[in-house]
Design a protein around this ligand. Structure first.
Ligand SMILES: Cc1cc2nc3c(=O)[nH]c(=O)nc-3n(C[C@H](O)[C@H](O)[C@H](O)COP(=O)(O)O)c2cc1C
Length: 157
């Protein structure tokens, strides 16, 4: 068996983008979480997936939610990546956002946004794979924020 430190270290060599996934609980309160485990899945129908830790508050929300939104962060939004992964922050306080057709938070200034209907849930160890059918999507020319070897980065010039 590979030990956890080595596994994390090896995985960290895979550079990814950074997203903030937003959804609303049954109480109607907005929630958002920094997620790098985002992936395209299917073109027809248009599907994407996100992997969420069983221990995350967001996991409980997505167990019964009908929709979620993926906000792909821009290179100048490292502060949002930190804010939406910090358990002690009031994450939407001072964060600029609008609402999409599904009523969920669309963060301002992102590189891309995907509004999804939650269609499937698959168990994967200590995470759940949540699959979304993309109902609306938009993109800007902003450079993306990257995550690599435990640190934030951006594309070179
Ligand atoms: C760069 C980065 C990427 C992350 N990616 C994920 C991820 O893909 N899935 C996940 O469940 N947590 C991920 N996290 C951790 C969550 O953002 C963090 O545990 C958060 O506090 C959980 O919020 P919640 O418990 O309020 O839902 C990531 C954190 C960072 C900083």
């Amino acid at each position: 068996m590979i030990d956890e430190y080595r596994f994390r270290s090896v995985l960290s060599r895979f550079a990814s983008g950074v997203t903030v996934v937003t959804a609303r609980g049954g109480d109607g309160v907005d929630h958002g979480i920094t997620v790098s485990a985002f992936c395209s899945l299917s073109l027809e129908p248009p599907l994407i997936l996100v992997c969420i830790d069983h221990a995350a508050v967001m996991h409980g929300i997505l167990e019964s939610a009908a929709a979620f939104t993926v906000n792909v962060l821009a290179a100048d939004q490292e502060d949002l990546a930190r804010r939406f992964s910090d358990p002690d922050n009031d994450r939407f306080e001072g964060t600029s956002y609008t609402r999409g057709a599904n009523g969920l938070a669309l963060l301002t200034g992102t590189a891309a946004q995907l509004e999804c209907a939650l269609t499937h849930r698959f168990e994967g160890g200590d995470h759940t794979i949540f699959v979304g059918r993309v109902e609306a999507a938009d993109a800007s020319d902003a450079q993306p924020l990257l995550y690599h070897r435990g640190g934030y980065a951006s594309l070179g010039p």
